[in-house]
Design a binder for this molecule. Structure first.
Ligand code: 48F
Length: 256
């Protein structure tokens, strides 16, 4: 019967997909622009990478442009990444380009999955696996389970490295520091917290702060700004794309 064939098709292939992603090279937490760019380059390099986003529609803060005006700005420095993803763009002012935020977000998502990254939406990463003094995977649960406050245990997924791409809250770095009493590679040893807006310094510092902050734990995007205490930058997205590429390059150099 076609009715149950549809159900079987979904159930069998979904659980096959989940089982194939229980032991990863890289687990990326957060499906914002920096994490998606990282997933794309990591998958393209042949690594087994899965990305987890708690929302139904990953893409983070890129869909809405600024104040829901669905355009974004990217500086010249990051345009090679925009070209790699085939996103339409228009020069706007010296060194600045504008693009449609919906086209941009969907292009990043499409190319990451098409390159071989697996995207799990509606998954919240509620903890990490912490073994022998290193971050070694993620602990995931359904977002609705956590929203409803249901007492349901999560599932465990091993990964050689974990990337915190959770945006402004840098949830994974906070959890690792708080639960395990360890020092991160920051000035204070903890998550310093994001500073107020400064576009030039924010864009430069987010890329600089993209690094391994604890054995097995990397940070990218706004989470990197929050962890190292550098300024936010608003709806200019070049730094996010470059941060995603940098974290991928560092992990590829380590794992390949
Ligand atoms: O914040 P977000 O878009 O990440 P980003 O790559 O980009 C930041 C920009 O969008 C913008 C900006 C730069 O111009 O200021 O804000 O740093 O997306 C983060 C994603 O992580 C998901 C969340 O749903 C969002 O889509 N996320 C956060 N915490 C968790 C999570 C978690 N614990 N488990 C799963 N997903």
């Amino acid at each position: 019967m076609i009715e149950t064939k549809v159900s079987k098709g979904i159930i069998r292939t979904y659980f096959e997909k989940l089982e194939n992603n229980l032991e990863l090279d890289v687990a990326i937490v957060g499906g914002g622009p920096s994490g998606i760019v990282a997933a794309y380059y990591l998958a393209k390099a042949g690594l087994r990478v899965a990305q987890f986003d708690r929302k139904l529609s990953p893409g983070g803060g890129m869909w809405g442009g600024a104040m829901m005006f669905n355009q974004i700005v990217i500086q010249q420095e990051a345009m090679d990444i925009v070209e790699e993803f085939g996103i339409n763009h228009k020069p706007f002012d010296e060194g600045l380009h504008v693009m449609d935020s919906v086209e941009s977000t969907s292009a990043l998502l499409y190319h990451a999955v098409h390159a071989g990254a697996t995207l799990f939406n509606c998954y919240s990463v509620e903890d990490v696996i912490f073994k022998d003094g290193a971050v070694s995977g993620v602990v995931v649960n359904w977002t609705p389970v956590l929203r409803e406050g249901l007492h349901v245990d999560p599932l465990n997924i091993l990964a050689k490295v974990v990337v915190d791409g959770t945006g402004h809250d840098s949830e994974i770095c906070r959890t690792v520091a708080r639960k395990n009493g360890v020092r991160l590679d920051t000035e204070t040893g903890g998550v310093i917290g994001e500073r107020s807006l400064d576009v030039v310094s924010g864009e430069a510092e987010v890329v600089r702060g993209t690094k391994e902050v604890y054995p097995g734990l990397y940070v990218c995007g706004m989470a990197a700004s929050a962890v190292s205490g550098t300024p936010r930058m608003g709806p200019i997205f070049g730094g996010m794309l470059m941060s995603g590429k940098k974290v991928a390059d560092e992990i590829i150099a380590r794992l390949k």
